[in-house]
Design a protein. Structure first.
Length: 107
């Protein structure tokens, strides 16, 4: 398992947690929106790792957008849930078979 895949699992879990109605909003507002900044940084790190490993980047890009607009009450909750699901789905997909085929085609 690559480091980018592990980061997609971690950031996906955090996003789903922050998307829990009421609880996620209380955590974000109660900590002065610091979790949004932390998630922004984690999504950038995940994006860089995904780009380096040639793995799907759409979850991390949506995560960056979610971190920027996540302070809007209902929009943030919905975006956190969607982003978490997209990150988990991309982490669960078997991308090693695709990468192996592309490496074999290059040789």
């Amino acid at each position: 398992m690559t480091s980018s895949r592990i980061m997609r699992w971690i950031t996906g879990a955090f996003e789903i947690f922050l998307g829990i109605p009421v609880l996620g909003g209380l955590i974000i507002a109660g900590t002065l929106f610091i979790p949004l900044g932390v998630m922004f940084i984690l999504h950038i790190v995940t994006l860089v790792l995904c780009a380096r490993n040639n793995e799907p980047k759409y979850g991390s890009i949506l995560g960056i957008v979610t971190s920027v607009v996540g302070w809007i009450p209902f929009v943030g909750m919905i975006l956190h849930i969607i982003t978490g699901i997209m990150l988990m789905v991309s982490a669960a997909k078997n991308t090693t078979a695709v990468q192996t085929q592309s490496v074999q085609n290059q040789n």
